[in-house]
Design a protein around this ligand. Sequence first.
Ligand SMILES: C[S@@+](CC[C@H](N)C(=O)[O-])C[C@H]1O[C@@H](n2cnc3c(N)ncnc32)[C@H](O)[C@@H]1O
Length: 323
Amino acid sequence: MSTYQDVTNDLYRSAALSPNVGLCCTTTPAWQLKDLHIPQRMLDMNYGCGSTVNQRDLANDPRILYVGVGGGMELLQFAYFSRQQGGVVGVDVLDEMLEASRTNLLEAAKTNAWFQPDFVDLRKGDALHLPLADDSVDVAAQNCLFNIFKVADLQQAIAEMYRVLRPKGRLVLSDPICDAGMPDSLVHDDQLRALCLSGALPLADYIQMLTDAGFGTIEVRARRPYRVLSPKHYNTDRLVYIESVEVCAIKDPMPADGPCVFTGKTAIYYGDMDFLDDHKGHVLFPNQPLAVCDKTAENLRNSFYEDLMITDSTYFYDGGGCC
Ligand SMILES: C[S@@+](CC[C@H](N)C(=O)[O-])C[C@H]1O[C@@H](n2cnc3c(N)ncnc32)[C@H](O)[C@@H]1O
């Protein structure tokens, strides 16, 4: 009997041999950067649902790991920033996908003068048993692969990323999520799972899996509408709304009082004092917004300070603030 991984491998083997345009219907435009020219076949093979490439993660010549290479578009984008031999390691379980990526990167070398194919080290391997040493990369990324995994495999895949990251390293993820939960009728559909449609978890569960693995800081960087599965077309008796998220999990030590999860909340003090000090490391000056993690937001809210606004999560966090 075939497993969901066999079904997934069959789907992506065929998507490697012949581009399946719109397979993952990404809503994020490809990066537009000076002297970056992405070959059309790479664009056609964009099987992700967001972006994991962010200049903010890529200072100081990081060693980058990218798992689930697809057509190689994000490998090229990471290489744009790292520009060193073997600076980006790309791992995929399928020979056909590695070959498609290799071909596309050779094509990219013709139109990107800054790029040399040996900037990317393509390796066969499984996300569940990464072919890399402990503490060997600074940034690890995956786009639209982890949502396919069933929970036990997802735990293992996250643990593997944690293992290979150096302390302070960053795991950057882009995946579909489904806050209302997925109906059982769809959860057990292996083909839909392989298509990145029915493995989506609620965001809180997704984050919990990252913090359970030991990541002390989580940033929710983007959250976008993605798909609607309707009873007209899918085996469900209700509409299922799916979003895509971009999350960064940082291998910081776990704080004694629990992880810092930034979902885009901000504290603004608007009273008459010179500043408001919570004596836990947070000093708020009048009308100066302070980005706060959900834990700090909750602590401030529970302290019932006067003239303090805590905003809702924007799910658009781009650094700074408490912790
Ligand atoms: C949905 S595609 C995403 C491709 C790419 N990340 C992108 O954004 O275009 C999933 C990718 O993961 C690969 N893959 C599937 N199972 C895997 C596993 N267990 N370990 C490593 N790669 C896997 C597939 O071959 C495919 O390249």
